[in-house]
Each structure stands twice: as C-alpha cells, then as structure tokens.
Design a protein around this ligand. Structure first.
Ligand code: PLP
Length: 231
C-alpha cells in the first residue's frame, strides 16, 4: 500500500478510537513521523492532506524542510542537544522533547532573540528507564513550574515514549501516569490552563493512547513503512 492509503487507514483508526473513548471528533492530532524517510515520501503524505510531521534529528529537518512546502508544521520529537537549538528554533512549530531546565533556558534564550514564543512539551521518562532520556516523573511538576517562568517559551503539555511492552494494553498504565502528571500540573495553576497536550502513542499503541487521553499521536511505521538504518 502507498503512503496515502496508509495515512487514511491510520486516520480512520484514530477517528474510531476517539469515538470508542467518547471523545470529540478530531480532538486527536496525527503527527506523521518521517525520520529517515525521503522528502518524496513526505510529499506523498502532504498531497494526501497531512501537515504535521515529526523528526528526531536536527540535520534531517534542516535538509528536508527547504525541499517541501512551507505550511508543513515540523515537530522536533527526538533528543535535542543544547548546541543545536539555534539551528531549528525558527523552523519547528513545537519541541516535544524538553527534558531539562538547561535545555528550556537555551530554547528561551534563542526564541527571545528571534522574537518568537516556542511551544514545548516536557518529555517524561515515564518508565524510569536508564536507557531513555526524559525528565524523571517526580521532577516533572517542578520542571514545569520553572519553564513557565521563562520568556519566549510556552509549555503546552507532556510527551512520553513508554517502555517496550509485549501487549499494547500494557502501555496503558504509562499513558495513564502521564495524564495524571498533566493533571498535577493543572492543579498547581501555574500555567493559566494552557498545559493540556498529551503527546503519546506510536504505530503499535496509538488507539490505547487515545483511550487514555492522548491529544497528539506520533505514527511513523504505519504510514511510511519500516525504517532502514543501514543505508
Ligand atoms: C520513531 C518515533 C516515533 C514513531 O514510531 P513508530 O513506531 O514508527 O510509529 C514516535 N515517537 C518518537 C519519539 C520516535 O522516535
């Protein structure tokens, strides 16, 4: 199947999961994860109506974005090094992977220089895995408080990549935990109510994530096929 068919299939599964969860239609936004995929494949998804794309590496955004229409919204979903912030600050519409105050401060500094406000999510290491980046769950609320004090940066919510589970339903307890952290942040009233996004769910578990309250799902393989890192 081609990219357009895959995309439409994923979109109808998203709409079905919204209905099953009693959620409003189109309350979940699809981020098509295009890491390692060519500009031509991204263009196929664009032509089928997709506008939000997720990338993990700064270099890939810098090389693909100039080849593609300017109304694409690029989402930085991979680990971001502080020294690369300057290169992408005015090229992405959201950074999903803020995991430290130092990174947030760097984003703030560069955004102020450009006269923009950068929407961000805190990436939470929800399974507390040594191998993963992300803020520790118990640090998340205080990190949120610090970020909301900074200029040029607007905290919109939380993101996670849960531990690999053998069954998609096993991811649900991690998704639930992320939603509870978002509620903790709301309860502190530090954000004027703007912290409401939950970026969670990938190809194998996005319906479960939607059941648990995801507002953005990040789907790559189901749209673009398996990734080949050997080339
Ligand atoms: C690669 C990636 C995805 C997409 O994963 P698929 O399993 O291909 O859907 C989502 N989120 C992050 C952070 C990723 O790195």
């Amino acid at each position: 199947m081609g990219v357009a068919e895959n995309l439409n299939e994923v979109l109808s599964e998203i709409r079905l999961a919204e209905r099953n969860a009693g959620r409003e239609e189109s309350s979940v936004r699809l981020i098509a994860v295009s890491k390692t995929k060519s500009a031509d494949l991204i263009r196929e998804a664009y032509d089928a109506g997709q506008r939000d794309f997720g990338e993990n590496y700064v270099q890939e955004i810098l090389s693909k974005a100039p080849l593609l229409p300017s109304d694409i919204r690029w989402h930085m979903i991979g680990h971001l090094q502080r020294n690369k912030v300057r290169q992408i600050i005015d090229k992405v519409s959201m950074i999903h992977s803020v995991d430290s105050l130092k990174l947030a401060q760097e984003i703030s500094k560069e955004a102020v220089k450009k006269g923009i406000v950068m929407p961000v999510l805190i990436e939470v290491n929800i399974g507390e895995e040594d191998s993963k980046s992300g803020a520790a769950p118990e640090e998340t609320v205080s990190l949120a408080e610090e970020i909301t004090k900074l200029p040029g940066i607007s905290l919109k919510g939380l993101m996670c990549v849960p531990p690999v589970c053998s069954e998609p339903s096993e991811s649900e307890r991690y998704f639930d935990r992320l939603r509870e952290l978002n509620i903790d942040i709301k309860d502190r009233k530090i954000d004027n109510g703007s912290v409401c996004e939950l970026s969670m769910g990938m190809s194998h578990d996005f319906p479960e994530a939607i059941k648990c309250g995801a507002t953005m799902v990040r789907v790559g393989t189901r749209i673009f096929g398996e990734r080949d890192y050997s080339r």
